[in-house]
Design a protein around this ligand. Structure first.
Ligand SMILES: Nc1nc2c(ncn2[C@@H]2O[C@H](COP(=O)(O)OP(=O)(O)OP(=O)(O)O)[C@@H](O)[C@H]2O)c(=O)[nH]1
Ligand SMILES: [Mg+2]
Length: 323
């Protein structure tokens, strides 16, 4: 499922034991010939388009890489333990559990991080060294979290037309529902233009005044906004769930910024949908002008205003260097 957060214990493989052994020569001299143990394998997280969801890790709880082989007599070095490579979806972040400090965000295909190093192998007694046992692998508890990688996030009041807009822009096979709160989990869509350019969209479930008390679908999914390039705050001309357009916008912003104050830095635009319904959009416009926000009045149904909105979004995203 989108929006996973998983707690794991991770451990590098133990280093192999160094060997204590001797070559008994004919002249009765003992020559030490015990070899070093191999290094333990490391646990490595690697981002991949092909990775299954993080849910599968929930069953694991404990991940440990292979131990190094013990050293042998006759200078036979123990072989290294194999690394444990854990494939995770692009957009996975790894945190140290004890202080929730970020270890690494994995944004790119193939990007990887060593989460727990394998222990060093012990020394063999070759060259008259003391034979030692191998070191333990590094042990760490981590939280692994997935956040959606999309350029533009649609955040809006229930039933304001987010799914309809996404469907229109991306031709994604999104089911049409004519009741609010129909979208329960984030939905992705790709908007393609100018032959080869793309902008990734994500619709988040609706929020409204009651969301912070856990009504509707709550607000947990808002953490996906961490990497948004642009937030589209969406309300509609019927002004349900709020008393007026500015109040609608203020409600959305209050909930989003209360979830994480740093989201204030994400550029945003306001969209008022359903202007085809013949309601008093002049009043709405006046209200929004006073808010000082960029806004667009559109009708997903008739297509009015959608092109100008998309022009704005394209320019914004291209300026971010993301297309
Ligand atoms: N008249 C009119 N109706 C619209 C327009 N856009 C969407 N609708 C209707 O509004 C209703 C809700 O649309 P959705 O796209 O599901 O809204 P949403 O914001 O995704 O809603 P939830 O995710 O379920 O909260 C549907 O019945 C749509 O057909 C529009 O521009 N004009
Ligand atoms: Mg929807």
């Amino acid at each position: 499922m989108l929006g996973d957060k998983i707690h794991l214990k991770v451990q590098g493989g133990r280093g192999g034991k160094g060997c204590e052994s001797y070559n008994h020569r004919k002249d009765h001299k003992k020559v030490p010939n015990g070899a070093d143990g191999g290094e333990g394998g490391s646990v490595i997280f690697r981002a991949s388009h092909h990775a299954p969801g993080l849910d599968r890790l929930r069953l694991k709880q404990h991940l440990e890489a292979e131990s190094g082989e013990h050293g042998g007599s006759d200078n036979k070095r123990g072989s290294q333990g194999e690394d444990l490579i854990v494939l995770v979806p692009i957009g996975t972040s790894i945190f140290r559990r004890e202080n929730h400090r970020g270890i690494r965000d994995l944004y790119l295909e193939g990007e990887e991080v060593i989460v727990a190093r394998g222990g060093r192998g012990g020394s063999g007694n070759i060259g008259d060294k003391m034979a030692t046992s191998g070191e333990e692998g590094e042990k760490i508890e981590i939280d692994v979290e997935f956040r959606i990688m999309a350029d533009v996030f649609l955040v809006g009041l229930p039933g304001s037309g987010k799914s309809s807009l996404l469907r229109r822009l991306t031709r994604a096979p999104i089911e049409g529902k004519d009741y609010p709160f129909a979208t329960r989990t984030p939905v992705l869509g790709v908007y393609a233009y100018d032959d080869y350019k793309q902008i990734n969209f994500c619709e988040l479930p609706s929020i409204f005044e009651g969301s912070t008390d856990g009504r509707g679908w709550g607000t947990d999914f808002l953490r996906h906004l961490a990497r948004a390039k642009l937030i589209v705050f969406m309300i509609d001309a019927t002004i349900k769930f709020v008393s007026n357009a500015v109040d609608g916008l203020a409600t959305l912003q209050r909930i989003v910024y209360a979830h994480d104050d740093t989201f204030r830095q994400i550029p945003s635009v306001v969209v008022v949908n359903k202007i085809d319904l013949g309601l008093d959009t002049g009043k709405i416009e006046k209200e929004l002008q006073s808010s000082g926000q960029s806004y667009f009045l559109i009708s997903v149904k008739t297509g009015e205003g959608v092109e100008s909105l998309m022009q704005f979004i394209q320019e914004r995203i291209e300026r971010e260097g993301r297309v």
